[in-house]
Design a protein. Sequence first.
Length: 617
Amino acid sequence: MKFRIRNGAVTLNGNTILEEINIDINDKDRIGIVGKNGTGKTTLVKAIIDNSMLEEGIGEEKFELTKIGSFNVGYLDQITLDDLDITLYQELLKSFKMIIDMENRLNNLVEEMNNNASIDVISKYTDLENQFRNLGGYTYKKEIEVMLNKFKFSESDKNKKISEFSGGQRTKIAFMKLLLQKPDLLILDEPTNHLDIETIIWLEDYLKNYSKSLILISHDREFLNNIVNIIYDIDYGKTVKYVGNYENFEKEKNIRFNNLMNDYLEQQKEIKKLRTIYERFRYKPKKAGLAMSRLHQLEKMDIIDKPNKEDLRSFKINLDSITKTGRVALTVNDLVIGYDKPLCKINFELESGRKLGIIGKNGTGKSTFLKTINELIPKISGEYKYGVNAKVGYFDQSLVFNSKDNTIFDEFHNTYPNLSNEEVRSALGAFLFKGEDVFKKIEVLSGGEKVRLELCKILYNKPNILLLDEPTNHMDIISKENLENILNDYKGTVIFVSHDRYFVRKLSTELLIFNDFNVEYFPYTYDEYIEKEKNKEEIIIERNIKKTRKESNNKEIRNLEKKIEKLEIEIKKLEESLLTEEVYLDHNKANEINIKLKNKQKELDELNNDWFRLVGD
C-alpha cells in the first residue's frame, strides 16, 4: 500500500484546524502522531480515513492525494456492536468471518471426499486448506483466547450477552475486535488510556510485531518510543516529519529549532546591515549605486520566517513554604482494604519526602487504597497512621466538581471563599487559566483543563502529603513534563497511582506493587524493579528448562532401565545356554554364543554409562 497527502488542509465550522498536511504512509510503517492537545491529531487521522475532509493547504506545492493499492483501514470509532443479544465470544468471532466461511467450506469438501474422492475435489480441498492455513485458520480461536485473557475477561464472560457489559467494557470489546481484524492500516488514538501496565506492555509487544501499517496517537512517551519508527509532529497547523522513535524526535526537533533560529538570526543581522547601508548612502550621489545594489540584495533575499517555539508555557505553584511532617509520613500495618470483601493486606512505612509509585493490575485495589487512607471509604481491619503535622491533598481521577454549571472562577472561589477576586485570578493564572478563560463553564472543559483545575485547587492549599490517583490521564506530553517537574521539586511526600511507565520511572523513589490478593512494598526505583522482574523471569525460565530437562531425563532413565533389564535377561539366558551339553560340545555354537555375549555385554556397559550420566544430572 501507499498513501500520500501533499499540501492538504482541513477546515471545520469555518475554522482551519490543519493548514499544511504532508504525510506518507507505506507498508509496515509505524507512525506516531504527536502535538499538544487541540492541535488536530485526531482530525488528521479522521481526514486520512475520510478524504472528503481534505482541501488545498497554504503551502507552495499543489494539493495532491495519492492512493496506490487497495487497503482497509481500522479505527476504533468505526467498530460497532450492533447486536446486543449475542455473546461476547460470538461478537469476537465476527472478526474472522472469512476464515470461518473457509472452515465451513473445508468441512463440506471433507464430506464430499468421503463420498467421492476425485482429483478435482482433492485439489479444491488442498488449495482452500493452504489459504485457510495462511490466513491463520488453525490459530484464530487461540488468538481470541489470548485477547480475552489480556483484556481481563473471564471464562464465564465469554457466554455473557453484550448487553450485560458496561460502557467501558464494550469499548474494550470493540478494541479487541479491531486488533483481531488486523486491518492493512491500523489507527489507534490513545490506546493505553485506562489500561494497566501489564496490559500496556502486552499491547506494546503485540504492536511491535504487527505485520501491517500502524498510526499511533499517544501521550505515553515510553509506548511511542518502543513502537514507532516515524513521527509526524503537528506544529502550528503543519505536519513535520521526523525519522526514528520518540527519543530521536525530541533530540532532532530541538536541533532543528536551534538551526532554524541561528539561520534566522544570522539573516536578520545581514538584513539590518544592508538596510543601514541603504539608508546611509541612498541620498549621496556618489554612493547611490552602492545603496541601490544593497536594496536589490534585500529584494532578492529569501526571507526566513522566525521559527515558532512550541508553546511551552507551564503551570506552576510555589510549594517551598509547606509545613514539614515528621521523619515518617505514613505507616501502614496489616491494613485490609475492600468493599464487600477484602481485596488485600498492606504493610509498609514511608519516610517523609519520598515519592511512592503504586502500580499493578486494574481491579486489585490501587484506587481503593488511596480512597481508604483519605477516609473516603472505611478500612476492613488493620491501621494506618500519618506523621505529625500531616496535611493531605487528594486528587481523584474521576474529576467530580461541585457543579458542571460552575465556571472555572466559581469552582475555585467556592473552594477558597475568603480569597479576593485578584487572588483567585492569580492562582488560576499560575495554572494557565487567564483572561476570559476563567469564565469557561466546567462542562465545556477538556480533560486536560479539568486536571489542571483540580490540581490548582489541591496544590493551592499547600499540602505536605499528596495522594494522586492517575493524575496524568488526559494530559498532553508537555503538561505531563510540567507536572513531573513540579512533583520532583516538591519537598513533601507523594503517593501516586499511575499506568504511565515514563511518569513512574521519572518520579518514584519506591514502589507499592498490587498483584492478585497481595501487595509488595519495593524500596527501590522502577528501573530496579524492572531489572528484578527480568531476573526473576530468567530464573523461572531456567527452572522450567531444568524441570523439563529433568522430566525428560527421568523418562529416558526409565526407558534405559527397561532396556538394561531386558539385556540382562538376554545375557543370563546366553550364559545358561553355554552350560548345556548341546553347546559346550559344539565348538562353533559355543564360539557364536560367546561373540553374542561379548556384544551384549558391551551394549550393557554403554547403557549403564548412560544411566549413570543421567542420574548424575
